[in-house]
Design a protein around this ligand. Structure first.
Ligand SMILES: C[S@@+](CC[C@H](N)C(=O)[O-])C[C@H]1O[C@@H](n2cnc3c(N)ncnc32)[C@H](O)[C@@H]1O
Length: 223
């Protein structure tokens, strides 16, 4: 278990401040080809399918969702927003920048909390800081926020099986629920509509491809 100072050092040493081509206005601490964390991640992935430090990458689903929110601020303006499975916090930051009045980010990984706080610090202009919850998103009340954002949550069967019913419950409670998905294997076949399709340049060692077509989906309330 790392103390806070050690955790901050770990994030800072493993990443560098950079932007993705799709989100030039959102600097983030990310692992890149030049950072040690990138090389550690590649080695891990090659070894045993070990999950990468998700918070150190801007996943294509989250990138497209963040772009969509920045381009359509009316979706979140004046709203309380939950960024579910937040990772680096990029969707939470996009919501704050687009005018949400309160932003909460939730992720299982305690290092995501540290990375999100560091990412908040480097935004200009200064924005409201998301409240970060470390824990299982499905333990939260699906009706507690006006808008739920979920970037890239359908790449793992068990995870999608846990999170999707929760997202549907939020939609059924009348909340706006938006998902960014690059065609992941476990995306359900229905229960949503497509709002936009966005081309995202990715880091191919992590995503397996250089470009991905990512859909921004709105989860529908089931009748
Ligand atoms: C692929 S990353 C996406 C991160 C970010 N949304 C993005 O698009 O860049 C998925 C994240 O989901 C988190 N996660 C998985 N299951 C979760 C759960 N039940 N509750 C909260 N976070 C979860 C992981 O820790 C990881 O940070």
């Amino acid at each position: 278990v790392l103390d806070l100072a050690a955790a901050r050092r770990f994030v800072l040493e493993g990443t560098r401040v950079t932007t993705t081509p799709l989100l030039p206005e959102l600097p983030l601490h990310l692992a890149t080809e030049v950072t040690p964390l990138w090389h550690a991640t590649e080695a891990h992935l090659a070894a045993a399918g070990v999950a990468p430090p998700f918070w150190a990458f801007a996943w294509s689903g989250g990138q497209a969702l963040a772009r969509h929110v920045l381009d359509h601020p009316e979706l979140v303006r004046g709203a309380s927003v939950l960024d579910l499975a937040s990772g680096s916090g990029l969707c939470a930051l996009a919501a704050a920048r687009a005018g949400a009045i309160a932003v909460t980010a939730v992720d299982l990984d305690p290092l995501a909390e540290v990375a999100i706080a560091l990412n908040v610090d480097i935004q200009t202009p200064k924005m409201i800081a998301p409240r970060v919850i470390v824990g299982d998103a499905t333990a939260l009340d699906p009706a507690a926020h006006d808008v739920v954002l979920a970037g890239d949550v359908c790449y793992d069967a068990a995870m999608t099986a846990a999170l999707w019913p929760w997202l549907s419950a939020a939609a059924a409670a009348g909340k706006r629920v938006l998902v960014g998905d690059p065609g992941r294997a476990y995306l359900p076949r229905d229960g949503y509509r497509t709002l936009a399709t966005i081309e995202v340049e990715t880091i191919d060692d992590v995503e397996g491809e250089r470009r991905r077509s990512v859909r921004v989906l709105e989860v529908l309330a089931r009748r």
